[in-house]
Design a binder for this molecule. Structure first.
Ligand code: C5P
Length: 365
């Protein structure tokens, strides 16, 4: 127990309830060995810091070892798990997110945090994950929150041909969808990525289906979705295609030209309206009134969750390494602050797992 932990619960209470001795001091006069902290670190099969405060995470991320717990973590050779718990603004701070990213890169498994009402009365992301979820995650092994789940993820832009050499498309880089696929494989899921043309390596362990047009993406998704647990529509699907594709290259003739457009099928709405629908997560890129537009899309397309972001800002969105998301589901929402897309992908998958678990508590996510 750290000094702060002892402000909340006394070591005696902990000892009485657990039936185990409680260690508190780095150099405890009453302990037999001066190197007790190293022995304790070697003795443990794994270390779980729960709740992990912003301060403890910062110390762990920077190798500061100024009390027993931080010293144990630095000396550890076993798996280390942390279950962060703090005020939502503290969690959202860039410095906390950087520390989390650093810990993750160092192999520390991050469990949660969950969203909801906080001890301070504020709402947001920062509640410690439920103890049973923490245990389930640890028992399932490091980072295996999606073990046994099948995911279909769409990514990248679509290309809508005008003629054999020209097409209508958009600036989507596919990074978010690819980061989600990679994080889901790490979390133990079986992942199929249906991808438009992008310049990204296929994450290992992911089955890839490459498509060009929205209609091809629709066909590929629909043929695989009946057998999946989660569908994430991260692709920037073109809403319209040229009504007619010319067989030959269109010649310049007039000063003005008009392209007639036909509407593409809405892939995610088709997935969400199926009787055997999986858990469906959409993305919304908006330039204004994020909450309103994202909320309407959630309802209109009958999604289980929508991850919305601002586009046209200085940072984030399309073709960017970093992004921030506002995630909405029926009856709730949470903010995932600006960070790189790999980290954001892990955080979004955590939110998805928690939400699936809430909808269906018997399902082992
Ligand atoms: O309506 P809007 O295009 O903003 O909705 C975005 C969400 O819908 C994304 O998840 C995107 O992948 C999905 N979408 C789709 N098929 C379309 C258009 C959008 O699946 N034709």
């Amino acid at each position: 127990m750290t000094r702060s932990a002892r402000q909340f619960v006394t070591p005696l209470t902990f000892q009485a309830l657990s039936g185990n001795s409680v260690h508190t001091e780095l150099f405890d006069a009453g302990q037999a060995q001066a190197m007790d902290h190293i022995h304790l670190a070697r003795w443990a099969d794994l270390i779980l810091v729960a709740p992990a405060s912003a301060n403890m995470l910062a110390k762990m991320a920077h190798g500061i070892a100024d009390d027993l717990l931080s010293t144990l973590c630095l000396a550890a050779e076993c798996p280390v798990f942390v279950a962060p718990a703090m005020n939502q603004a503290m969690w959202n701070k860039a410095v906390t997110q950087d520390n989390i990213g650093r810990l993750r890169r160092d192999g520390v498994a991050i469990i949660g945090p969950a969203a909801g009402e906080q001890a301070c009365g504020e709402q947001g992301l920062g509640r410690m994950a439920e103890p049973e979820n923490i245990c389930a995650r640890i028992l399932a092994g490091t980072d295996k929150t999606m073990r046994g789940l099948k995911l279909v993820i769409s990514a990248g832009p679509t290309r809508e041909p005008l003629d054999p050499v020209r097409f209508i498309s958009n600036r989507s880089s596919g990074k978010m969808g690819y980061a989600l696929a990679e994080a889901a494989v790490r979390a133990g899921a079986e992942v199929t990525l249906v991808s438009g043309p992008v310049n990204l390596p296929v994450p290992s362990g992911v089955s890839i289906i490459r498509i060009e047009t929205a209609q091809q993406m629709y066909d590929a998704v629909i043929s695989r979705v009946s057998d999946c647990d989660v569908y994430i529509g991260a692709a920037a699907v073109a809403d319209y295609r040229p009504a007619q594709m010319e067989d030959r290259k269109i010649k310049k003739q007039h000063d003005h030209g008009v392209i007639a457009l036909a509407k593409n099928p809405d892939i995610i709405a088709a997935v969400a309206s199926r009787a055997d629908k999986p858990f469906v997560v959409g993305f919304a890129a908006e330039t204004d009134d994020l909450e309103n537009y994202a909320g309407s899309k959630l309802r209109a397309k009958r999604l289980d969750m929508i991850a919305a972001n601002w586009v046209g800002q200085a940072e984030g969105g399309f073709d960017s390494e970093r992004n921030a998301l506002q995630v909405y589901w029926p009856g709730g929402s949470c903010h995932l602050p600006m960070t790189d897309k790999d980290q954001l992908a892990e955080q979004l998958l955590t939110v998805i797992s928690e939400r699936m678990h809430e909808k269906n508590p018997t399902q082992d996510t």
